[in-house]
Design a protein around this ligand. Sequence first.
Ligand code: XMP
Length: 513
Amino acid sequence: MGRTTVLILDYGSQVTQLIARRIREAGVYSEIHPFDVAFERIQALNPRAIILSGGPASVTEENAPTLNPRIFELGVPVLGICYGMQLLCEHFKGSLEHASSREYGATTFYPDHSSPLFAGLDKTSYRVWMSHGDRVLTPPPSFRVIGKTESLPVAAMADDDAKIYAVQFHPEVHHTEEGTAILRNFIFTIAGLTPDWTMQAFCDEEIAKMRREIGDRHVVCALSGGIDSTVVAVLLHKAIGKNLHCIFVDNGLLRANEGEEVISLLRTHFDLNLIHVQAQKRFLERLKDVDDPEKKRKIIGHTFIEIFDEEAKKLPHVDYLAQGTLYPDVIESVSSRGPSAVIKSHHNVGGLPETMNLSLVEPLRELFKDEVRKVAAELGLPEHIIWRQPFPGPGLAIRVLGAVTDERLAILRAADRIVQEEMRATGYYRKVWQGFAVLLPLRTVGVMGDGRTYEHVIALRIVDSVDAMTADWSRLPHDVLARMSSRIINEVHGVNRVVYDISSKPPSTIEWE
Ligand code: XMP
């Protein structure tokens, strides 16, 4: 049988991933593949419905991405979105008009209430989000018009008998009113699918699968303290128990208490086989007098691999390396790659499999980040791990600008702890994308009592973002910032000034380095 799957063919839209997320949120598994994926692979997936995404091209231009007509042999419902609609129009011999400029933004859509695609949408009109150049002038002969806007007489069309539907707008984006209801109508009312994608089913299946594949062989896993590697470890532990060997390398660049928290949780609560390597000295010695952030990253990466390798050699024969690769890293189409691909590319564990000749186990490679959080909750991980903000692999080394010393790390850690405490106390911890302190490589003058001081500066970096690709500084209330600042200056010895970073990304970045 296998799980119910919706196939999304990607034509390069920036928001293709959102289609997959909306479908999965509705409880049906979906996968994104490039539009030209081999038909044999499509058959192997056995999709129960197909969605054609939007894309930046024009179907009339040369070398435009095409529609593989064989998908219609499968006899499953098809929904074309934007570029997908134009492809369907062209394929079934309707007529298209090439536009010289794109229509972009919100517009008012009038649905035909008799269409099952718009079942339950009772209002006369809805706000939808458009981003298109070409448009359908006349629908293909077997299609009827099922929606229009002021400027588009054919904004949605359908061949009800063949169960082929198309919309010019993007139902997957939040700005489209009732967009989710439209996608749900497609998969439930039209395709008649059952929602069988739950995180509990995922855990059961994945654990059974890993147990089957790994058998009594041994697996090694690098724990970072973040949610992904923690979830990987707990899932694997449930599958193979003590044959999983977790290695946690304390590089001395973690936040206050972060290492201890993870260790005690996994050891005491989950009873994992865990090796805790105290390598603070080795990292700090190698980072001595290194200012350049790229050099810091390299040193940290190499040292980590070296230690991991040393520890793994002490284990019984190991065949597998477990990694927390997520779905956005494995989607093949470049345009739909998420930011996590970028983040992962400078992740510490890169390079390990080559040196150690291990096969990979990647139990999260089908999941989006929000699904990993649900799995974590399913496994009983505590809130503070589930909602931990992203933390760079090289840790505090890239937030201590200039030389990384024990003394400077201690100052940053103390200031950062106050930022974390205040964000949690005010509820901003989960509202912002990331918030942290940075220690600047300079000193400034201040006054304390009767005396003049010459001490360190802490910068606060707190940003809003959806994916770390772009970010804006968080408009935190002044009194929250004031409290962070006065606490840092009063409680952290050696700091006499706090500044707030008000730059957006781009052109700035989130980390200062
Ligand atoms: P930037 O500074 O590039 O950061 O705007 C974007 C996101 O990536 C994280 N980041 C890293 N993560 N290793 C990581 O694992 C790194 O070397 C690294 N550098 C930046 C950063 O915290 C933010 O979430």
